[in-house]
Design a protein around this ligand. Sequence first.
Ligand code: S3P
Length: 167
Amino acid sequence: MISHIFIIGMMGSGKSTIAPLLSKELKIPFTDTDKDLENILNLDIKKIFDQLSEEKFRELESAYFLEHIKKSSTIYATGGGIVMIKKNRHILKSTGNTIYLNASIETLNNRLVNDQKKRPLFNNKNSLKVILNERKRYYNDCADITINIDEKSSKIILNEIIEKLNR
Ligand code: S3P
C-alpha cells in the first residue's frame, strides 16, 4: 500500500517551507496542493476564492487530493482547510504519517500580516482565532505527529520531524 507524508496546519504554519526540505532529506517527492491547483486552474488562490467561491475551492481541492494520493509515495504540503472535508480526514488518518505544524495565533498573525494578498481567509488575529477554534480538533484528530513550531527555525522543525518519524 502507498504511504504518504501529509503536512497539515493553519495558513502561515510553514507547510510549504517544510515540505521541500523534508523531501530533500527523505528523498521522497513533494507536492503543494495549493500550488498545483493554481497551476491547473491558472488562477491564484485569491482569484479562485473570488471568482469561484470558497465552497468550489474546497470541492476542487478535495477532488485533486483524493485523486493524487493514488500515485506513488509523496510528501504533501496541504492547504490549511484540507481537514474540513470528512473524506480528506479519512485519507490523512489512514494513508501515511500526518504531521501537524502547531503554531500560536501570535506566530501565525505575525507571519500573515505581510502576506495578506495571498490569503483570502485572513483578515486579522480574530479571524485566525475563529478558524483555529473550528479546526483544532480536526488537526489534532488527524495528526500522528505534532510539532510546536513557535520560535523555531526550519532546521530545528525539520530535525524534530525526522526524529519523530524514526521513532
Ligand atoms: C486555506 C489555506 C490556504 C489555501 C486557501 C485556504 C485555509 O493554504 O488553501 O487560502 O482554509 O486555511 P495555506 O495553508 O497553504 O496558506
